[in-house]
Write a protein that binds this ligand. Structure first.
Ligand SMILES: Cc1cc2nc3c(=O)[nH]c(=O)nc-3n(C[C@H](O)[C@H](O)[C@H](O)COP(=O)(O)OP(=O)(O)OC[C@H]3O[C@@H](n4cnc5c(N)ncnc54)[C@H](O)[C@@H]3O)c2cc1C
Ligand code: SF4
Length: 463
């Protein structure tokens, strides 16, 4: 009998092998493992795990169905609340959400809710099961800007209510960060992302790619000339930040966004694609979040020796623990409590190294985390030929600067009501990273869901 205090372990690719390929790291549960793990759930009344899920999946009931071997029923329960379960099961920070609240976690390990969600969604896809069809069309048109998790969720929920929904996407491919940011080895693009986008389309949602709102057409034109009664902005936060240190303009310095987009969206890692990408031999990735881990592990798979350079300590790393663990297993080296002060450049304008200074942690700052303070005289040089800056992103100002009456805050984020997504402009709603700044897939989905409700109430209220 397995230890009920522990999760059923999940099978993964061997770290030495996976460090050289782009295949998925985690294999997920098979049927037997899923049923065994589901049996650890005690089906709590007023289950705390549900309060930790921003889209309120009925976790006890879906796990109960898995326990009985009713995988199709489990899928239909999940898809009432989530349009993207195979994606969330792979990338959501469950440890700080549903699993963080699971009662099993008090005395042992929480139920592996994320891996069970992934199992159910994968099983449904492999068995051709689709979400329940949408309602009859109600004759109302809504536009959604951006096809990331916020936009897809808002569009899917509105389609289920009968709306005629069109998503406008600036890139040539739908999915937002799911397609261009998160690497193939964590989130397979064709098998998982494209399949879940097809599920949203199967609800009747139309997706028009290569349309940049604010350039191709404005929000005011959508509302006044194109017959849309409401617009949801889910345009994300895709504008990378830099440090402003000397040498940052050198050849061989990239933003993590550019590096990952070339690789994921434009498939630079595949021999059958022409996309150019810089194959560094020694790469420093500056930052400690999920994006930094993804950039580091991508550079490693392209053949480099890779260092993470982060100004705080291990405890403060913002990346998911699982990602840090995987990165270490694969051989990424961590230079913690260490900050770059200059990029060193050779006579041809290429990176030849990075000057860094060691840090120690002082008093907590506004974010509540202990502030990193430089240790005088501790400078040293790191020999690298490539630097990838992964310091966070902010929303692109294109939409706010071309939409009259749309308020933004100091951080250039769109101001929107948390409950309804309503912005300062009538008929215009917003959610996801465009409102919060860079956050998570599930928070973006939660915001898309709330906005769909807000839009429905707004349009029905006009009648
Ligand atoms: C590399 C990386 C790894 C990450 N890893 C994780 C993780 O493991 N777990 C997790 O929960 N979160 C992770 N995140 C964060 C998460 O992906 C985002 O919080 C989430 O995708 C935000 O969703 P969104 O729909 O608001 O925006 P996005 O996913 O950014 O989608 C916005 C879409 O809008 C489009 N767009 C922008 N402007 C316009 C315009 N003017 N007209 C038309 N379309 C426009 C963009 O092209 C994009 O497709 C990661 C982020 C990155 C970059
Ligand atoms: S809190 Fe844990 S044990 Fe209780 S219903 Fe949720 S997953 Fe099951």
């Amino acid at each position: 009998m397995a230890d009920v205090l522990k999760k059923v372990p999940v099978r993964e690719q061997d770290p030495k092998v996976r460090a050289t390929n782009f295949e998925e790291v985690c294999y997920g549960y098979n049927k037997e493992e899923a049923v065994e793990e589901a049996s650890r759930c005690i089906h709590c009344k007023n289950a705390k795990c549900v309060t930790g899920c921003p889209v309120n999946i009925d976790i006890p009931d879906f796990i109960g169905a898995v326990k009985e071997g009713n995988f199709e029923e489990a899928y239909q329960i999940i898809s009432k609340s989530s349009a993207l379960p195979a994606i969330c099961g792979r990338v959501c920070p469950q440890e700080s959400q549903c699993e963080g609240k699971c009662i099993r976690g008090i005395k042992g390990e929480p139920v592996s809710i994320g891996k069970l969600e992934r199992f159910v969604a994968d099983w449904a896809r492999e068995n051709g099961i689709k979400p329940a069809p949408a309602a009859e069309k109600n004759g109302h048109k809504v536009a959604v800007i951006g096809s990331g998790p916020a936009g897809l969720t808002c569009a899917g929920d509105l389609a289920k209510l009968g709306y005629d929904v069109t998503i406008f996407e600036a890139l040539h491919k739908a999915g937002g960060v799911l397609s261009y940011g998160i690497p193939e080895f964590r989130l397979p693009k064709d098998k998982v992302v494209a399949a879940e986008i097809e599920n949203v389309k199967s609800l009747g949602v139309k997706i028009e790619t290569n349309v940049i709102i604010g350039k191709s057409v404005t929000i005011d034109e959508l509302l006044k000339e194109e017959g849309f009664e409401a617009v949801f902005i889910g345009s994300g936060a895709g504008l990378p930040m830099f440090m402003g240190i000397p040498g940052e303009n050198a050849n061989g310095v990239f933003s993590a966004n550019e590096f990952l987009t070339r690789n994921n969206l434009m498939k630079a890692f595949r021999d059958d694609y022409m996309t150019p990408i810089h194959h560094g031999k020694k790469v420093a990735v500056v930052g400690g979040g999920n994006v930094a881990m993804d950039a580091a592990r991508t550079a490693l798979r392209l053949g480099a020796e890779v260092y993470i350079v982060y100004r705080r300590g291990e405890e403060e790393l913002p990346a998911r623990k699982e990602e840090v663990h995987h990165a270490k297993e694969e051989g990424i080296q961590f230079h913690l409590l260490c900050n770059p002060t200059e990029i060193l450049v050779d006579e041809n304008g290429w990176v030849k190294g990075m000057r860094c200074i060691r840090m120690e942690l002082g008093e907590p700052d506004a974010s509540g985390r202990r502030r990193p303070v430089e240790i005088p005289g501790s400078e040293f040089e790191l020999e690298v030929d490539t630097v990838i800056m992964s310091l966070g992103t902010s929303p692109n100002p294109l939409i706010s600067s071309t939409t009259i009456g749309l308020d933004t805050n100091r951080r250039k984020c769109i101001v929107a009501d948390e409950e309804t997504g309503q912005t300062s402009k009538e008929g215009v709603f917003a959610g996801g990273d465009a409102v919060t700044g860079a956050a998570t897939v599930i928070l973006a989905m939660g915001a898309g869901k709330s906005a769909a409700k807000g839009i429905h109430e707004f349009i029905m209220g006009k009648k």
